[in-house]
Design a protein around this ligand. Structure first.
Ligand SMILES: [Zn+2]
Length: 376
């Protein structure tokens, strides 16, 4: 890999870490603000409960004063009743007394209501006070944590900014400008090239461009997304899996004694076209069947005693075409119910290569036959 590209990758890592730290620093006050808002809500609730308790108290006093007044009136009416001259006057006073007594009872009922309410209010105030206390502790803790994390983040930010500045000084200005301009608009300024594709925009590279990127002779830029290309051989399809040369005429021959064998069958009962994978292991063999076009597994894994040629004779008919392809059985297990597209592509290409060979073989024969009469 070109040293400039290596530095750009480091720069990208630094940029990413700086962004993460900045986001974290920005998010901390927001978290504190959320708790502070909750705290304000609890404070308001407590205030309301206290005001309600006060008005209950005032009401109770009012009802008590009412009763006192009424009792004063009653005793006054009683005194007056001793001096009345007529029966009518006596009846009128008695009526007044009865009315006042009724009012006293009403006020007593109100006081009882208030007392019940006071109990509920007291509980409400106590709960709000406890909540306020807990939230105050929580916010103090949160603020303390935020202060600590922010201080640590600021320190890390200073370090990363230093690293970033140093890297920027080491990268040629035009490359740096390209990287930073694209990163600003697209989020990333670098794109990996994998399986002949730009992983930034998924556009396929022309073979020549692809080779140039692989060879890593110069810094190259994606024509479609403007990101700077990099190539990581570790992420590329492994050479032993790269069994088919797309442009080459000759197709690689699979080994007959390989512990794993892939076959194509165009006529597999109801399934039609399928891929068969056999693996020999420890005196046994397994068989997996996949739908040819989609790569979806049909049925489960079948295990039989003996190597696959002996164990699965009914599958290896004359129409079965032996394909190139080998993957660890562990990997195949990890595929789950579907062959991944890169593996499926390789198998499909091999089928095409076989068909091409067959056609070429027929053409050669017919050409040879056609030439004979002319030669004689
Ligand atoms: Zn691209």
């Amino acid at each position: 890999m070109l040293p400039d590209i290596e530095k750009l990758l480091e720069l990208q890592a630094a940029d990413k870490e700086i962004r993460r730290l900045q986001d974290e620093v920005a998010s901390l006050p927001k978290r504190v603000a959320v708790i502070e808002q909750k705290l304000a809500g609890t404070k308001a609730q407590l205030e309301r409960a206290r005001t309600a308790a006060k008005s209950d108290e005032a009401n109770r006093k009012k009802f008590e004063a009412n009763i006192k007044d009424l009792q004063g009136k009653i005793s006054k009416y009683r005194d007056q009743s001793l001096d009345v001259k007529t029966n009518e006057q006596y009846k009128a006073l008695l009526h007044e007394i009865q009315f006042a007594e009724q009012e006293v009872r009403l006020n007593e009922d109100r006081i009882l209501e208030v007392m019940v309410s006071v109990d509920a209010r007291e509980k409400e105030v106590k709960a709000a006070e406890a909540e306020l206390k807990a939230e105050t502790t929580e916010i103090e803790q949160e603020k303390e944590d935020a202060r600590k994390v922010t201080a640590e983040d600021q320190k890390k930010l200073a370090e990363w900014n230093g690293k970033r500045d140093a890297l920027r000084r080491e990268i040629p200005e035009d490359i740096l400008r390209q990287y930073e301009r694209v990163a600003k608009f697209r989020g990333t300024g670098l794109a990996e090239v994998r399986d002949q594709k730009c992983m930034g925009c998924q556009v396929k590279l022309r073979p020549q461009t692809y080779n140039e990127v692989r060879n890593g002779e110069k810094v190259m830029i994606c024509e479609s997304c403007s990101r700077v290309y990099y190539f990581n051989p570790a992420n590329e399809v492994k050479p032993e899996q790269e069994v088919v040369t797309v442009t080459g005429r000759k197709r690689a021959r699979p080994k007959t004694d390989a512990p794993q064998a892939w076959f194509y069958r165009p006529d597999y009962g109801e399934e039609g076209e399928v891929l068969l994978a056999f693996t020999n292991s420890g005196g046994n063999s397994t068989r997996r069947i996949y739908e040819m076009h989609t790569g979806r597994q049909v049925g489960g894994v079948l295990l039989r005693e003996g190597s696959y040629r002996l164990a699965f004779p009914e599958d290896l008919t004359d129409s079965a075409l032996r394909l190139n392809g080998h993957w660890d059985e562990k990997d195949i297990d990890e595929w789950g119910s579907e062959i991944p597209s890169n593996a499926l592509d390789l198998l499909h290409k091999d089928i095409l290569a076989i068909q091409r060979e067959h056609r070429a073989g027929h053409k050669d024969h017919s050409a040879a036959r056609a030439e004979q009469p002319a030669a004689s």
